[in-house]
Design a protein around this ligand. Structure first.
Ligand code: MN
Length: 305
């Protein structure tokens, strides 16, 4: 039975739909862009990323794994109610809760970053407690409200902190933020962050080592990838591009240093196809998701059963 509020999509991630029973990964699109504050069009991202995914190789050099042999079942898209963010998030939460209740690993394609709230709510309710969070983002998204609205993409992590209480929250790549957000990030227990400058000065291996230490007590980790953590040279098609970001190679090294079999779900958000004329951002998003699966599978294969 399909998860509640999920509609099958005409394209499937990777270009085909494997047997659902043969796969533990469930891809889910959430084409929401209702609160986009600058460049909109994230609603087209699941389609663009699926299309890009059909034309790239699924082999991970870092993990020495061909993800073609790790079936990812594409569930389709959550039926978004454009303009009604709360209803959309409730639907995302129910869909994710059902998938996680079946023991599946949700891989969610945004949509704007706001959708992460629904994913974390659904995951936490299915698992009985919230996971730790690893967030790759140029922004903290910790504003209390943005343009008078509390469910904006610019507030999503603040709402998650307030209502869901992930035990640890690690950011990598941040570089665009307000004083209010730094204050929250530095005053709340369990938050740690590395700016893009930290990555440049310390090197991604050292940043990853510190992040690993912070996340070491966590039994479960959720990964949220806002594509704007990358430099706009690598990911131009995002809602709020912020120059001075990470390279794709730094991102690959981080993913393979930080993703292991404690990952209970992941999202890739903010791809904005109308501003992605060469389709680079969609290709990079698809590739990053493949690498996340490869890294998790490698960790799984190393764990003694
Ligand atoms: Mn961002």
């Amino acid at each position: 039975m399909p998860a509640p509020f999920v509609e099958e999509s005409p394209l499937a991630f990777g270009g085909y739909r494997p047997q659902r029973e043969a796969s533990s990964y469930s891809l889910l699109g959430v084409p929401l862009d209702s609160t986009a504050s600058y460049r909109g069009g994230q609603r087209w991202a699941p389609r663009a990323i699926r299309e890009a995914s059909a034309f790239i190789e699924f082999r991970s050099l870092h993990a020495s794994i061909d993800v073609d042999y790790v079936p990812i079942y594409d569930e389709g898209d959550v039926a978004v109610v454009h303009g009604d963010v709360a209803e959309t998030l409730a639907r995302v939460s129910q869909a994710v809760r059902a998938l996680v209740g079946e023991g599946r690993i949700p891989l969610v394609l945004g949509g704007e970053h706001t959708i992460t709230y629904g994913v974390i709510e659904g995951l936490s309710s299915a698992l009985g407690e919230p996971p730790c969070m690893l967030v790759l983002d140029a922004h903290f998204d910790l504003r209390d409200e943005y343009l008078g609205y509390r469910y904006s993409h610019a507030c999503v992590m603040r709402r998650i902190l307030e209502r869901i209480h992930p035990p640890r929250l690690v950011y990598i790549g941040v570089r665009g933020f307000s004083d209010e957000e730094v204050e929250v990030a530095e005053s709340r227990e369990g938050i740690w962050y590395a700016t893009s400058l930290d990555v440049e000065r310390l090197g991604e291996a050292n940043v990853a080592a510190r992040a690993r230490r912070i996340l070491s007590p966590c039994e479960r980790v959720y990964l949220s990838v806002d594509m704007d953590f990358l430099d706009p040279a690598y990911a131009p098609g995002v809602g709020n591009p912020e120059p001075g970001g990470l390279t794709f190679r730094e991102a690959l090294n981080l993913v393979h240093s930080l993703v292991d079999d404690r990952i209970v779900g992941a999202d890739v958000v903010e791809v904005t196809p109308p501003y992605d004329p060469a389709g680079i951002t969609a290709v990079v998003a698809a590739k990053l998701l493949v690498e996340v699966v490869a890294a998790r599978e490698r960790a799984r294969s190393r764990r003694p059963s």
